[in-house]
Write a protein that binds this ligand. Sequence first.
Ligand code: MRU
Length: 342
Amino acid sequence: MFSAMKYSDSRLHLIDQKRLPNEEVWIACGNLESVAKAIEDMVVRGAPAIGCAAAWGIAIDAANHSHLLAWDQYKNKFAEAIARMSRTRPTAVNLFYALNEMQKIANVFTSDTTMAMATSKLAAHAQYLFDDDIRTCRAIGDHGATLMPRPANILTHCNTGSLATAGYGTALGIIRSMHREGRIKNVWVDETRPYLQGARLTAFELGQDKIPYNLITDNMAAYLMQLGKVDMVVVGADRIATNGDTANKIGTYGLAVLCRHHNIPFVVAAPKSTIDFKISSGKEIPVEERPSKELKEVQGIAVAPADALVWNPSFDVTPAELISAIVTENGVFKGPRFMLRA
Ligand code: MRU
């Protein structure tokens, strides 16, 4: 199983997801700014992976200030580091969850705390968040696999696998667990325009794990469903409001509408840390808009007039009423409309 990041020698090593699957290039980030930039530029992406990388970025920043000796001399800089990291990407709440976790560790430091103690506690907590995400994803995978008791054709959108998490994946974790139990006939992989996370990353991961898949363009999903070739759609999430409204990669809402029309279960898989307990509706979720270049170019090649005006929201919000079930590490929460077809 692939991992998107490794921490060693006070550096975060990230596989450059912009260059996959053509090249496997690792980037070493040795300071806060390089980790923040890697998140902004999508070298590392996917809600839980963003959270893990941000936590390591904070730990690295503390390590880089160990010459200050006392925590008190660094704590203002710590607040600046948290603020810088929180400006990287707005939608995935896992970023803010991870930063808050790091803040909670810092909150118990006192005037007696040395930088050596603070650095080691912050690094240990970043490692804990990383390990915990792997455990969480495995639990999501195993709970979600129970939703489909027979071999099935699953459609997924974006990348929610090892690259988007600390490992194993959320929606892709369900697919992995189903595959382990011999219940994957085929995975339909949406290419996921404009950034092609499906074509470049999900296809790459499924290929590595020898899970059978077929790549489709996003606009093929409706016809596939009409032909009866999709048994369940499983996607991840970047932020879930307490009423169940869910932000995920642009195109997710359209799939949910299609599922309702074709009576196909539409399942969201995410760790509890993706639930934003401060908001009660999807209307409160900030949706990131990405640069126009991402639409006008594919892998650096122009596919639209250079002066074309562009709208590029990176996510959309699926209303809870279209979601058949939400799977977290705690189990499966089925909506009233969950049903499996014979
Ligand atoms: O813009 P990205 O690639 O960070 O968006 C990723 C997604 O939308 C994923 O579906 C979501 O983060 C869930 S990842 C387990």
